[in-house]
Design a protein around this ligand. Structure first.
Ligand SMILES: O=c1ccn([C@@H]2O[C@H](COP(=O)(O)O)[C@@H](O)[C@H]2O)c(=O)[nH]1
Length: 308
């Protein structure tokens, strides 16, 4: 089961974190952009090349200590098909380096369209008898709001291709409570109803560590709900964004973990990618600055888990 691979990586590296790869041009050191623009012009092609070079530097610097990466599709889509090619190349490179790849696409639609998303990001498509894995990630973030028939095609592909999904339950953004905290019939908040649906969907993809192939997204900015959901959803692994740039810290995420220190992987994107700016170090050292930040994050989370 796909999330077993993520958990194995986490155990090997003793690090329950994921590096977000959300590469805006503003974050990328000038020397990388200048080189890319020299080769490809000031074009979408040049921008996409800069994204890829930046990402490869980060992956090289992090792959021995960080188990996973999470490229967010929007940062690639905004550079057109050239950007999407950089997404594909980033996924391929990270997987070659042994990292688990969570493609952050937050896809959702009716079942027939979800079949297409599932093939694109988690499975294969056939063209005149030839099979291709268009993006080839290990897991995809999705929105479960359309209900079970929107999720079923993903589960089918996850089973066939040993891939997984993370379903939005309680998102990290400030307005997430407007809808997600609304109590529905029975008095349960929407995020808990969604979490319980993940538990149910996950029965189709059981894993050897006790967690299924259907994870849930729960924000680091909501420590109370993280702890509540950890208790309520014993088989659902959490992807926890909102650490660092959005204000979540190590103490906030401690409740996401079970008694074995498993159960969640915590994402940080801007705080890692832009660590060199915060440190004020040479732009050429951006990847090593990200590594230093990743080590700080790992150690802070370990200390917070140990003190619970
Ligand atoms: O609830 C959610 C779901 C997804 N995200 C995504 O995670 C990263 C966070 O980036 P930071 O720079 O570490 O804030 C980004 O890709 C979001 O789209 C989220 O933040 N919250």
């Amino acid at each position: 089961m796909a999330l077993d691979r993520l958990i194995k990586n986490i155990l090997e590296k003793k690090n329950p974190t994921v590096a977000g790869l959300d590469p805006k041009l503003d974050y990328i050191p000038d020397y990388i952009k200048e080189q890319a623009f020299q080769e490809h012009g000031c074009t979408l092609e040049g921008a996409a090349q800069a994204l890829l070079t930046f990402n490869k530097g980060l992956i090289d610097a992090l792959c021995d200590i960080v188990p996973a990466v999470k490229p967010q599709c929007a940062y690639y889509e905004m550079y057109g098909w050239q950007g999407m090619r950089a997404l594909k190349d980033t996924i391929t490179y990270a997987r070659e380096k042994g990292m688990f790849v969570i493609t952050d696409g937050k896809r959702n639609d009716i079942g027939s369209t979800m079949e297409a998303y599932a093939a694109a990001h988690l499975g294969e498509i056939q063209v005149a008898g030839e099979r291709f894995a268009p993006f080839g990630g290990d897991a995809l973030t999705v929105n479960g709001y359309l209900g079970t028939d929107g999720i079923a095609p993903l589960l089918k592909v996850c089973k066939e291709k040993d891939t997984g999904i993370f379903v939005l339950a309680k998102t990290s953004n400030p307005s997430s409570s407007e809808l997600q905290n609304q109590e529905v019939q029975g008095g349960e908040p929407v995020y808990l109803v969604m979490g319980k649906m993940c538990e149910e969907w996950g029965k189709e993809l059981p894993g050897k560590y006790g967690y299924s192939g259907v994870g849930a997204v729960v924000g680091a900015t909501w420590p109370e709900q993280l702890a509540e959901l950890r208790k309520e959803l014993p088989h659902t692994f959490f992807l926890v964004p909102g650490y660092g740039a959005q204000g979540g810290g190590a103490k906030d995420v401690a409740g996401a973990f079970d008694e074995k220190g498993l159960g969640a992987v915590v994402n940080s994107s801007r705080a890692l990618m832009c660590a060199y700016k915060k440190e004020g170090c040479r732009p050429e050292d951006y990847a090593m600055a990200a590594r230093r930040e990743a080590i700080r994050m790992r150690d802070d989370i370990a200390a917070a888990i140990a003190s619970v």
